[in-house]
Write a protein that binds this ligand. Structure first.
Ligand code: DHB
Length: 513
């Protein structure tokens, strides 16, 4: 049990149902803090006030997780409106306790910048309480998201008492946490969550946020399986080495993807409508841009993994298709500096790393085989796997469990295979839960307040979900008029809160817009 709560307002039993008596139980107490310091990697010591273990709902079901911590730096940024970084540490759709800032991620950096930091806990697919001798799963979808929304509401409800601007909340998370961040950004004030939030005793106020930072978001769960197979099908008989049964599932899933891509009605920046025919070229553009930027930053890229390169003076003049002007070489190569195309083998890997080289094209299938060789792919279905070819539930099957913890399918495809019934469909309640856990259902619909600013990253060798997921998210947001900074960082695996200089300079640009 947490003893840092304002105890007068609570009747608590450890880890079980608790309720707050007074209607003002959600008011922040500015006097209840401890002083803490954080030593940054460069030795700098940051001092701040720590407000920890604050319940953000009045009907606390799971006291281990439904709290938040707030950190207010002694040296607040000297800007008219100080942002609040709301960092969730959700991973694997599991429960996450409210944590303290870390010198090595965005929380420490935000404090260094003089920003307020909020780190909420939230229930997840493994959180349980004991109720009358019975184990209750408290964090099944959408409860983790509801907790984070309640945390946002808490900040806004107490805007007059908490330093920082609740109108400038930046949510940040990685992977399943990136998915949560995208949901916070996409579903603000949607009526779909209203009665559930009310039932929890969340503050009666808005829950939209200003900006969302999403590292490798594992989202669009009910389409992620078909997208994965459509993209990575080219590896099935090679590096992925699937069985016949797995190939059959992969092919069936992949066959469903073109209709989904076409249904999205997405449009490229230049106005070209996207469809299943031109979508792979669209993906390639992002990867080419990633490789190109990596070259300019001095990285080495082997020419065995699908990219082709242009060298000034020896290759065709002018940018190749898909190469923007700002991706042209910074310094032209000198005349006569030709590069041969020798045979490759271990220890004989010509690499391109001159700022004057740039990438002209990509054999996407070759690159995808490289990604699959670096990190073994998930087997099909990648997400809704339970009962299709294996019985083991995935984190997502557990996320959509019932309150007794029985994992569940969340796509018709997998349900039908598990039940051996081609006409089985998810029941209405499950369809609704899946719907409200997918940010794609809200962007551009007018049924929610969507964050104005988005920072989305997915590593170039991250295979936890397919490239389609972050690309669709970013493109749909762009098409809806949001300000989106999307990039696929070169050579990045599944990870988050990297390149903090880039992230925080982006944050600053959003504050000056
Ligand atoms: C996470 C990673 C996954 O591959 C996945 O399916 C769900 C969650 C994660 O790291 O949070």
């Amino acid at each position: 049990m947490n003893n840092k709560i304002f105890t007068s307002a609570l009747i608590l039993c450890a880890g079980t149902l608790a309720s707050m008596a007074s209607p003002d139980a959600l008011r922040f107490n500015p006097d209840k803090f401890t002083r803490q310091t954080l030593t940054m990697p460069d030795g700098q010591k940051l001092s701040y006030k720590a407000y920890e273990g604050i319940y953000y709902v009045t009907i606390v079901e799971d006291s281990t997780y439904q709290t938040l911590n707030i950190y207010v730096p002694d040296e607040l940024a000297e800007i008219p409106r100080v942002p609040i970084l709301l960092r969730t540490y959700v991973g694997g759709y599991a429960a996450s306790t409210a944590k303290s800032p870390s010198p090595s991620d965005a929380t420490g950096r935000a404090l260094k910048e003089g920003y307020v930091v909020c780190i909420p806990g939230s229930r997840g697919n493994n959180s349980t309480i004991d109720r009358n001798g019975k184990t209750i799963y408290t964090g099944i979808a959408p409860n983790g998201l509801l907790d984070l929304k309640a945390a946002v509401r808490y900040l806004r409800y107490n805007d007059d008492l908490i330093p920082g601007e609740s109108e400038l909340i930046f949510t940040d998370g990685t992977s399943a946490g990136g998915a949560m961040s995208s949901l916070l950004g996409a579903t603000g004030n949607s009526n779909d969550y209203e009665s559930l939030l009310k039932k929890m005793g969340a503050a009666d106020t808005r829950d939209d946020v200003y900006a969302s930072i999403c590292y490798c978001p594992i989202t669009d769960l009910n389409h992620a399986d078909m997208e994965y197979e459509w993209l990575y099908g080219c590896t099935n008989t090679g590096v992925r080495d699937l069985t016949e049964a797995q190939i059959k599932i992969s092919d069936e899933l992949a066959a469903e993807c073109p209709a989904y891509i076409n249904s999205l009605g997405l449009i490229e920046k230049d106005g070209t409508p996207l469809n299943a025919e031109n979508y792979k070229a669209y993906i390639s553009q992002f990867l080419i841009e990633s490789a190109h930027r990596a070259l300019q930053e001095g990285c080495e890229i082997p020419d065995t993994i699908g990219f082709t390169f242009y060298q000034d003076n020896n290759g065709p003049m002018g940018a190749a298709p898909g190469i923007r002007n700002d991706m042209r070489p910074l310094q032209p190569r000198t005349m006569g500096d030709t590069r041969q195309a020798p045979s490759f083998g271990p220890g004989n890997m010509p690499r391109f790393n001159k700022t004057s080289d740039f990438v002209t094209g990509l054999d996407l299938d070759k690159y995808l085989n490289y990604v699959a060789a670096v990190t073994p792919l998930k087997t099909p279905p990648a997400f809704d796997q339970m009962g299709v070819l294996i019985d083991t539930p995935s984190p997502e099957n557990k996320e959509f469990a019932n309150s007794e913890g029985e994992a569940a399918n969340f796509t018709d495809f997998s349900l039908q295979h598990r039940l051996h019934n081609p006409s089985a469909t998810l029941d209405k309640d499950m369809r609704h839960r899946v719907y409200i856990m997918n940010p794609m259902n809200y962007i551009g619909t007018g049924r929610s307040t969507v964050a104005s600013y988005w920072y989305i990253r997915h590593g170039a060798k991250d295979r936890d979900t397919s490239f389609l997921v972050p690309i669709n998210l970013a493109t749909k947001l762009q098409n809806a008029g949001m300000n989106v900074d999307f990039f696929i960082p070169w050579n990045r695996p599944h990870s988050g809160d990297y390149n903090l200089d880039d992230l925080f300079s982006w944050i600053k640009t959003t504050l000056h817009d």
